[in-house]
Design a protein around this ligand. Structure first.
Ligand SMILES: Cc1cc2nc3c(=O)[nH]c(=O)nc-3n(C[C@H](O)[C@H](O)[C@H](O)COP(=O)(O)OP(=O)(O)OC[C@H]3O[C@@H](n4cnc5c(N)ncnc54)[C@H](O)[C@@H]3O)c2cc1C
Length: 438
């Protein structure tokens, strides 16, 4: 687990203030030095403290977004008396279950700003956290299979470029040059007419993102408390005062809920009904094979997307299961449809063996955009509704949510994503970006 951070030299610009005194720097020199001691002197990457009775801020949910929020609260706002409460293990929710696609090619200005901020933070994250998150900017391609797909793709590419974000159109010949194994036959059921490509997009190691933020937050003094389920909210008048947990009552004047599929369950404990629905979303990986798939490919029409992990596995995803659930698994017919689509796009994969399949629980709002918001309860903040596409937003979400909690007002990045939009009607409809294309 720790080795993924070791092979990367510490960049010269990394100041001591970015790493606490207690944090061991991961570098090639540290690796060599510790080799002399048979690797027995490595510190734990984060502590496992017992919860204190009171904190300044409690974050509920130890996924990437919760840990990033705690990290930026400490680093950007100097608030360090924080507990992150996680009912299982950190990164064990959607953060460790997603297919790791990172991109910022969103249609609407509000989304483009949020996801581009995240992408820029991802670009420097391994250096900032001194933890190799294995971010690989290999490009994400969205296929078009009909003339109306092509028109929609061009509209999106133009809108994205107007926001200063890289995006381009590829012809079928260019697609084939980049990805020789793809089936571009005009005789196929859904012929490929073109694609959009964001070259700066890509994939990263999902659990390394959680571990890197956990290590960074811990080094600033944040308490990360695992196996601690929040079972109730404590209120006094219109203010939040603490939480009931499986490890007892913990008090705090500010509480941020960052619990993905369980966000609405936790909000309901405080008496707030959120416009969120929870659904299973499945993914799977094949046996590892030689490198043959150099970018990420998505098709909304045939309902599949695929990338190749650094280990060589093909990582496959599709759309949500069509019913509500909290079971972290899905139905077989979704898998069947997904694999049929895969073999149609890449006939060569019909000989691949699948190794693992799993599900996560995604929380989807009416406009398929997130909710990063204050609530009518003083000190009670919500960060959820990231649905099928929140991994890519982890840094920007944590960064702007930390601002919201610290200043008790949204940052301009997340101001459009507050709960008010469901009253005002100023929705940010990203269903087109969230159907299959996570
Ligand atoms: C199969 C799949 C594929 C995906 N693919 C992509 C992709 O390619 N790209 C992309 O950008 N996004 C993708 N996503 C979405 C992405 O994974 C999520 O939007 C993102 O990881 C959410 O992060 P989080 O930290 O908010 O949630 P999580 O990582 O789920 O963290 C929430 C945590 O809250 C904890 N919790 C819940 N209830 C309680 C409680 N009562 N007390 C204490 N803790 C609690 C949970 O245990 C969990 O660890 C995918 C999701 C799935 C399921």
């Amino acid at each position: 687990m720790y080795l993924c951070g070791l092979l990367e030299p510490v960049p010269c610009g990394l100041s001591d203030t970015m790493l606490s005194k207690s944090m061991q720097k991961y570098s090639i020199y540290a690796l060599l030095r510790n080799a002399l001691n048979f690797h027995e002197n490595w510190h734990r990457a984060w502590r496992s403290p017992a919860p204190k009775p009171e904190y300044d801020v409690i974050i509920v949910g130890g996924g990437g977004h919760g840990l990033a929020t705690a990290y930026y609260l400490a680093k950007e706002h100097g608030i360090t008396n924080i507990a992150v409460l996680e009912k299982g293990w950190i990164g064990g929710g959607n953060t460790g279950r997603n297919t790791t696609i990172i991109r910022s090619n969103y249609l609407w200005d509000e989304s483009a700003a949020m996801y581009e901020k995240s992408l820029q933070l991802f670009e420097g994250l391994s250096q900032e956290l001194n933890f190799n998150i294995m971010f690989s900017q290999r490009g994400v391609m969205n296929l078009a299979h009909s003339l109306s797909d092509m028109r929609e793709l061009k509209r999106r590419v133009n809108a994205i470029r107007l926001n200063g974000i890289d995006s381009e159109i590829l012809t079928t010949i260019q697609i084939k040059e980049l990805l020789p194994i793809i089936n571009t036959s005009p005789q196929s059921r859904y012929p490929i007419l073109g694609a959009s490509l964001q070259k700066r997009a890509g994939i990263a190691r999902h659990d390394a993102v959680a571990w890197g933020y956990a290590r960074g937050a811990d080094s600033h003094g944040v308490d990360i408390i695992q196996n601690c389920e929040v079972t109730g909210m404590l209120r006094k008048g219109g203010c939040i005062t603490g939480v009931e947990t499986t490890k007892g009552i913990i008090q705090a004047p500010k509480i941020g809920i960052v619990a993905a599929g369980h966000t609405s369950v936790l909000a309901a404990m405080a008496g707030i009904r959120l416009p969120l629905n929870s659904y299973p979303l499945q993914a799977m990986v094949s046996e590892p094979i030689k490198p043959i798939h150099p970018c990420v490919v998505m098709s909304n029409a045939v309902h599949v997307y695929v990338s190749q992990s650094d280990k060589g596995e093909m990582v496959l995803g599709a759309g949500i299961d069509g019913y509500h659930s909290y079971t972290q698994r899905g139905s077989f017919h979704v898998v069947e449809g997904q694999l049929g689509a895969l073999c149609e796009l890449f006939p060569i994969f019909s000989r691949l063996r699948l190794v693992r399949q799993w599900g996560g629980i995604v929380d989807i709002s009416p406009d398929a955009s997130p909710i990063l918001s204050k609530t009518p309860i003083k000190g009670f903040y919500i960060n959820g509704g990231w649905g099928t596409g929140g991994f890519k937003a982890t840094p920007g979400s944590g960064w702007s949510f930390a601002h919201t909690i610290a200043r008790d007002e949204p940052h301009e990045l997340n101001a459009p994503f507050t709960l008010d939009r469901f009253v005002s009607g100023a929705l940010i409809d990203e269903h087109g970006a969230a159907a299959v294309a996570h």
